[in-house]
Design a protein around this ligand. Sequence first.
Ligand code: DGJ
Length: 717
Amino acid sequence: MTLHAENENRVIRISTDETDLIYCTNSNGRLYQAYFGEKLLHEADITALSSDEKGGADSGAGQKGWDIYLPAGSGDYFEPALGITHSDGNRSTVLTFASVDTKSLDGNATETIIRLQDGQYPLEVALHYVAYKKENIIKTWTEIKHQEKKPIHLTEYASSILYLEHPAYYLTEFSGDWAKEMQMSTQPLQPGKKVLETKLGTRAAMFMYPFFELGLGQPAHEHQGEVLLGTIGWTGNYRFTFEVDNMHHLRVISGINPYASRYELPAGETFATPEFIFTRSDEGTGKASRHFHAWARHYQLKDGKGDRMTLLNNWENTGFQFDEQKLSGLMQEAKHLGVDMFLLDDGWFGNKYPRNNDRAGLGDWQVMENKLPHGIPFLVKEAEKAGVKFGIWIEPEMVNPKSELAEKHPDWIIKLPNRETYYYRNQLVLDLSNPEVQDFVFGVVDGLLTDNPGIAYFKWDCNSPITNVYSPYLKDKQEQLYVDYVRGLYKVLDRIQAKYPHIPMMLCSGGGGRCDYEALKYFTEFWASDNTDPVERLYIQWGFSQFFPSKAMCAHVTSWNRRTSVKFRVDVAMMCKLGFDIGLDGLSADERTFCQEAVTTYNRLKPVILDGDLYRLVSPYEGEHTAVMHVDEAQSKALLYTYNIYPRFGEALYPIHFQGLNPNKQYKIEEINLMPGTKSAFQGNGQTYSGDYLMKVGLRLFTTETTSSHLFELTAL
Ligand code: DGJ
């Protein structure tokens, strides 16, 4: 390979306000990561960067550095980002620099496209980077295409590889299961590989969530130290590989999980990977999370800057047992509470096989005539009469074998032709790789909205992973099912987005089993967990808040953990997108009044809660108390949430140190969300403190009362 002179020592700089990711070409024409870290101050210093010394095992085969997109068979013995079997059977690829383009997207974001090629094969790899300056987020994805005579096969196709060099690496991962979402744990990374991945297909996040935090030099800490936070925008199987190599360098490979997913790529077609989205911070995870939150609100989340509706849902209250009268009553209750919407959950459809439990009817999206004889138009009208909006639950990717849909279209179902079928929640997954099935799924939403333009909201559920993995549509391309399923889903969501750009939708997956930033381009919010026990929610919401802004996380007040007060349950849900899923008849008059007042307060403080910066002050993982706060952009209004979980007898109660305030402003602090007839026990209630005092000295606001909470509003004078 001969290198054009202008490409020798070529430096490509991808920058945000706080971070530099710099690549340099070597004399061999390949492009290497030369620097990734805190932004360099002096442009001139960049010329001193060299990538020659870096890299893993020196094979003598030409690998001299940290290859920007490490291909298999190119002289590096560690996990590759790209694996190709060329049309002639050759499994090696060597990528050299071809060109780079940059374009400004909106004054804040810049896209850099780096093109690489293989001197021996007509193969082009384009690496895309979009750097968001202010939010300090970089997202990157890769596009692969070729002009070989026959198709090539992709065995690995990561979105990105990043390299780090620190004396120690600590990985924080987020594991879980139904009702146990986003449990955080941290471990040091030793030589060898640690893999985070799932193979669940649809409900892809259920056991391991597609997020990681890396503490560099020390475990990731909330308020200090260098950290890297990453996630993949892919609503399917994903894999993060963390490999500490022979030089104690850490390689982080992120992408679709290539497990059972070898992909055939015909000439001329482009294979685009999902986006890997990451940020780093030199001041701990709190700041890194705020990067994600701000970026999501501004760029990624559907209607990220918009308002969110409070709601009353009926699932925890009625389950499948309801009729028109019951629902009309609940709409009145929604109005009484003061929420914006009534959300009708599962159980409203199916006639031949009525959906009165989870064993039948899924797939038959016609209203159940016995239960709801006047159909959805009646419900929309009843909601209108009550003065609330009407939202509805669907699970359009799934089917019960006991359904008319399964009888009519058995070939639309993912199911092994020659083995006994097993069921997850008595249901199966429709084959979204099939365009006819995509039309059907789109038609569920389109049909409902065409017939009932008054529907104001969808809750889109997904209760089963892909089971019995076999697509009748893909025939001899079974290995492409996991990828093509997700692409089929995006095609459906694109069509919905195009036709109904403003319809808010909740992403739900038997709780929070599906939550990623690609899906959230189409969904305004997600259901974080079926577990609404407020104690458990403190942990779950703490976990999700590492990556998601409060306005994206639905939190409902329910009857889970009745031993806790309604106030405690409401105070926990107030941190996120507030909803209720509880019968008001089970509440005392005071509790009802409290809930109504809380909704009014929530509405008043929405700009701070939904769009303010989140500061996680005290972690529930570190004791029996936790506190977080929201601060608005002008630092003129803040809301502090304090929770006492199960305090020990006589334990020391430390002051809470506020964050994010203006040290030079004076803030009046007032306890809010008090039960009717009670007063704040905080002695400083109503007093004024400087932001400096609140942040340095702090206030003693924790108590020893079990499962109790206190919310404080701060107003700059
Ligand atoms: C699982 C969801 O997480 C619940 O909120 C509820 O919608 C049920 N599915 C309904 O089947």
